[in-house]
Design a protein around this ligand. Structure first.
Ligand SMILES: NC(=O)c1ccc[n+]([C@@H]2O[C@H](COP(=O)([O-])OP(=O)(O)OC[C@H]3O[C@@H](n4cnc5c(N)ncnc54)[C@H](O)[C@@H]3O)[C@@H](O)[C@H]2O)c1
Ligand SMILES: [Zn+2]
Length: 354
């Protein structure tokens, strides 16, 4: 499928067995020679060899850069080290970057592509469900700083995204499930029909998963296209569940919960606030919570989890910058808007109920 961005559009391929055709596919889009494959130490041993040989047989000269697994690699220092290696290997303005991994690698490799020689093409090969349905689309790239997540970055749209379903077979179940938090989010804010599909989801099989991924790519890219640089408020709808979710992630030192798990709790809180401030029906709230539970996602935080830390972490949220609270609410499944009448007390109450 073709994803239309504000400035240019790019293909997103969703299917099985795509890795083998990688070299040929890339050559159709990028008549260049040298590239850096950036991956992490879990993913590289699984897939990098296949990707390298597919690129080599199509006439490319790839170099592989493997960085340690996890959020701790999402730093400026790591980005600098990667750039140094690319410079040492002679990569130039005519080169391109292939990001092979989950959202962490997508953000790091995308940021490298955004700044290397002031910007070179970025090919995304997402390897987690979360990265396929969310982070690989929309062009947000960047790294964390000591004080917070994603505080430094750039918008740099990919040139090509390849979602190979076979790659997901090695993904641990907990990692797979967390992708559904963003999928449920997309359904709640924009697609009541997909919500019903999910209610009768039975692990589907490849064709159902392929359709689901395609639909999520479509939904996210459509929202992003209206507001690529996050200025008009349209893109903000994608933050549904993320205000409280980010605070929970931070309160758990990014170790207790995976991103999608924290977002699941954030969605539960956002639903409580939506009932109070946007007229969301109790039955719809229950259906959303029930759906999250079906995908093995948390809907209550552990009893010993420090609520205080969640409140403290809330004030780091970018949306609280000017002291005004703008929170995404859903009046009914399939729609969302930014509310300005939500109070800090509403948020506290919702968090307490978690
Ligand atoms: N740019 C955006 O728009 C955007 C949106 C959402 C999230 N993010 C970012 O994405 C990151 C989270 O992404 P994630 O959940 O994909 O995390 P991740 O990239 O850290 O991957 C999760 C774990 O799964 C492993 N893994 C990945 N693919 C695998 C596979 N196929 N088989 C076996 N193991 C595999 C990884 O090595 C890692 O240990 C965060 O840094 C977040 O900020 C960015
Ligand atoms: Zn998210």
């Amino acid at each position: 499928m073709e994803v239309r961005g504000a400035a240019h559009s790019y293909p997103v391929l969703v299917g099985s067995g795509l890795l083998e055709q990688l070299g040929v596919r890339v050559r159709q889009h990028l008549p260049r020679k040298t590239c850096a494959i950036i991956s992490d130490s879990n993913v590289a041993p699984l897939f990098a060899d296949r990707i390298k040989s597919s690129l080599i047989s199509a006439g490319f000269k790839p170099m592989l850069i493997t960085i340690p697994v996890g959020e701790k690699s999402k730093t400026l220092r790591q980005v600098g080290a990667i750039c140094d290696r690319m410079i040492a290997a002679g990569l130039d303005r005519q080169s391109f970057v292939v990001g092979l991994g989950g959202g962490m690698i997508g953000d790091v490799s995308g940021f490298v592509a955004a700044i290397y020689h002031r910007g070179i093409p970025h090919i995304q090969i997402p390897t987690t469900l979360l990265a396929m349905v969310d982070s690989s689309i929309g062009g947000k790239t960047g790294v964390n700083t000591r004080d917070g997540k994603n505080l430094i970055g750039a918008v740099h749209q990919p040139s090509l995204v390849i979602d190979d379903l076979d790659i997901l077979k090695t993904l641990p179940p907990r990692e797979f499930n967390q992708g559904f938090a963003e999928i449920v989010k997309h359904a709640v804010i924009a697609d009541a029909k997909m919500f019903r599909t999910l209610q009768s989801w039975d692990a589907g099989g490849a064709p159902a998963l392929q359709r689901l991924i395609k639909r999520n790519v479509e939904l996210k890219s459509r929202i992003v296209a209206k507001d690529e640089h996050d200025r008009t408020g349209e893109r903000a709808l994608l933050n549904f569940g993320h205000t409280v979710g980010h605070a929970i992630e931070r309160a758990g030192n990014y170790r207790e919960f995976l991103h999608g798990e924290a977002i699941s709790l954030g969605i539960v809180a956002a639903c409580a606030i939506s009932m109070k401030r946007a007229g969301l029906g109790a039955d719809q709230r229950a259906a959303i919570v029930d759906l999250l539970r079906r995908f093995g996602l948390p809907i209550r935080s552990p009893s010993k989890f420090p609520r205080d830390k969640i409140f403290k972490a809330l004030k780091f949220d970018k949306k609280f910058e000017s002291g005004k609270i703008r929170l995404v609410v859903t009046p009914r499944i399939g729609s969302a808007r930014v509310a300005t009448n939500v109070t800090m007390a509403d948020i506290r109450e919702a968090v307490k109920q978690l």
